[in-house]
Design a binder for this molecule. Sequence first.
Ligand code: 4AD
Length: 464
Amino acid sequence: MKHIDIKDVMTNAELIGKEVTVCGWVRTSRDSKTMAFAELNDGTTFKHIQIVINKTEFEQGDALPEFLRLGVALCVTGTVVPSAVNKEGGVEINATEIELLGDCPSDYPLQKKRHTLEFLRTMPHIRLRSNTFNAVFHVRSVLAAAIHEYFQKNGYVYVNTPLITGSDAEGAGEMFQVTTQPFGAEANYDNADDYYADDFFGQKAGLSVSGQLEGEMAAMAFGKIYTFGPSFRAEKSNTQRHVAEFWHVEPEVAFAELPDVLEIAEDMMKYVIKAAMERCPTELEFFNKFMEKGLLDKLNNVVNSDFEVLDYTKAIEILEKADADFKFPVSWGMDLQTEHERYITEQVFQKPVFVINYPKDIKSFYMKQNPDGKTVAAADLLVPGVGEIIGGSEREADYDKLVAAMHERNMDMSAYGDYLDLRKYGSVPHGGYGLGFERLVMYVTGVANIRDVILFPRTVGNIR
Ligand code: 4AD
């Protein structure tokens, strides 16, 4: 259809005085004796453009406001003029022709008043048309592009790791099973081995929780790689920061030790946050006003200061001394809970904090074992408001140590033969991390619930 984006009309001063055609949905409208006004939005910008209609100049005349119901889709031709009412400047369109593209009955669920995010969650297909979601998804898109830019500029190879896999990368037993065996087929088999042998892949298969293991293989060939794709976790945690299907950014780098991993993660975070600040100023101002007061100061502070690096053991000492009423008691060896992570990053440091060198028993088998025999070279990045946003580590490059760690965890070695080969053929120090993309979007927008930064959230009991 011949038309131009409303965003272009609003930002291109050369169009003033010219005739344009725009398409969009009516967001609000007003009617008076001879004039009618409609705010039109086409999704290209968070702002609406005002359409000014002189009813006496239209054949339909008084019937026109019927066209202007909330949610109706229109195509409007008219002249771009400076806004008559908006003191901050801007433009509006004096309509000369209006075409109704799609009517919208008055039971349209997005009425003009402010709706809560909880209410909007009940209609995931419609909520995308609200201002908040327009802003969230513009920022999300810019962040995704900035992530690719960052790694491409720095010489990383973008690889796509398989989504269906035979091995659990995290060893945490949170894989969704992939099968073509019909319901109830187990009853036809005496044992599980035969059952899986008859399945599509001739063995157990599941949806990948992380592309890291395959990423390591690619890094041993291409040096620096990153993935950016979905990961799946059958975690039954019904929290504000867990979904069953999330987008995962996983760089993996050869010839790198833990401090290198931290440096890359910090550099990448600053790059993508800066990109969002430069490219989405209107959206971030909106979030600063309505979602998280002080968001812009927080983001500015992140870009301009160094992230804290804190040893796990030191973190436990801080938490033990904390004047706070934690639900989960603190002791060395425990995994940090959200309340602890948030205390450290929000109360103590008020900025992003890498917690490093965790006890080996609470971390994955592949992490480099530290000389103390108790900890591994892991790093989680904790940020205010969200908690853990990145999990990474230097990897165990020594064959024997890796095998020992896998035996300690009673892992099925047969699924990891290829992975072990990496430690056999030219093993080198290497490491990487995983960034939960939705958690990044939450952090940058101040949106508190992960369900509101992804189009159709998949969570326990919900696959709408
Ligand atoms: O800490 P995780 O489990 O680490 C890994 O998967 C490693 N293989 C990464 C690597 O070293 N290449 O997950 C990494 C990040 C978390 O910090 C979190 O941001 C996100 O992935 N994440 C989730 N995001 C949303 N919903 C879930 N259920 C998530 N599980 C992990």
